[in-house]
Design a protein around this ligand. Structure first.
Ligand code: CA
Length: 222
């Protein structure tokens, strides 16, 4: 899952991003409203954590812009205690939830999980599955039957993306955007290497799942 953190208090923004990374999210962090809007408009994020008081453009304006561009990425607003009016305004402008600063990490993570949960999904925060293949967040591993295999963080993130979009071709560009970000210089060969590791691990646990190559485009989980 890919998150955007827009927060001008650099220490808070960086600490928040680090906590989210440790919880297996890929995170982009920006420190002002203009960059926040630019990034949010790409529509590649699964959730945006958006401070209200920001230099350049405030969080409410960013939110209004996004919603008027029909970008429905879930938004969690960060508000100070004194900003009650902004909070109401924010929810009216299309925010999905808000969190009052200072907050505890556990609450932030719970809200992000709630906002990124897919509709109809049977909820287990530590596990998603496809055709019996299970991907475990807490152990960063895949399992099938009684077998399991550890994954690296990038392998985990690619597998998560594939399971979230089964039987659909995921273009390589989309995988790069979601996992490494736009400005990365990751090359297609890097992805091929991760995919080949994943295939070996999936076959080692005998899971009835395949990562197919759509030649010249990307991959699909079948
Ligand atoms: Ca601020």
């Amino acid at each position: 899952m890919k998150l955007l953190v827009v927060e001008d208090e650099v220490q808070l923004a960086d600490a928040l991003s680090e906590i989210l990374r440790r919880n297996m999210y890929s995170v982009d962090t920006v420190y002002n409203g203009i960059d926040g809007l630019d990034d949010a408009l790409t529509g590649v994020y699964d959730c945006i954590i958006l401070d209200i008081m920001l230099p350049g453009m405030n969080g409410i304006e960013i939110l209004k812009n996004l919603r008027s561009e029909k970008i429905n990425t879930p938004v969690l607003l960060l508000t100070a205690k004194s900003e009650i009016e902004d909070k109401i305004n924010g929810l009216d402008s299309g925010a999905d939830d808000y969190l009052t600063k200072p907050f505890v990490t556990g609450e932030l993570l719970a809200r992000v999980r709630a906002m990124t949960r897919r509709k109809g999904e049977i909820f287990d925060e530590n596990k998603i599955q496809y055709n019996g293949l299970e991907l475990h967040k807490n152990t960063c591993s895949v399992s099938y039957g009684g077998n399991d295999m550890k994954l690296s963080l990038k392998e985990y993130q690619i597998m998560e993306l594939l399971i979230a979009n089964p039987r659909q071709i995921l273009p390589k560009e989309r995988i790069i955007e979601k996992i490494w970000g736009y400005e990365s210089d990751v090359e297609y060969n890097n992805i091929e290497v991760y995919i080949s590791f994943l295939r070996k691990k999936i076959s080692a646990i005998s899971a009835p799942v395949q990562i197919k190559t759509a030649r010249g485009i990307g991959y699909s989980l079948e």
